[in-house]
Write a protein of this length. Structure first.
Length: 114
């Protein structure tokens, strides 16, 4: 079992920045990959960014160059730095941990609006 707790969401104007955090109950070295997903109303959940236990990253095309996923192994925390935010980034953002099974946080709302 892995507990995941997200934080850092909120309301931001277009062009602004937010940093999401996901604190885990296990060492990140025990987890094959950590990821951030998002789900907007009426849409399916989609992958935003993933980081492997070895530090390899990949991103959705829609966020490349704007979002950065990173990890702090000592703090057992994964981050998602989001810059140049757009209204279409508005969604609930979920932290995901992939071991033998997938584990999910409860999500944090990100709203980009003027």
């Amino acid at each position: 079992q892995v507990q995941l707790v997200e934080s850092g969401g909120g309301l931001v104007q277009p062009g602004g920045s937010l940093r999401l955090s996901c604190a885990t109950s296990l060492s990140l070295f025990s987890i094959s990959a950590m990821a951030w997903y998002r789900q907007a109303p009426g849409n399916r959940r989609e992958l935003v960014a993933r980081i492997s236990s070895g530090g390899n990253t990949n991103y959705a095309d829609s966020v490349k160059g704007r979002f950065t996923i990173s990890r702090d192994n000592a703090k057992k925390t994964v981050y998602l730095q989001m810059n140049s935010l757009k209204p279409e980034d508005t969604a609930v953002y979920y932290c995901n941990a992939h071991l033998r099974d997938d584990y999910w946080g409860k999500g944090t709302q990100v709203t980009v609006s003027s």
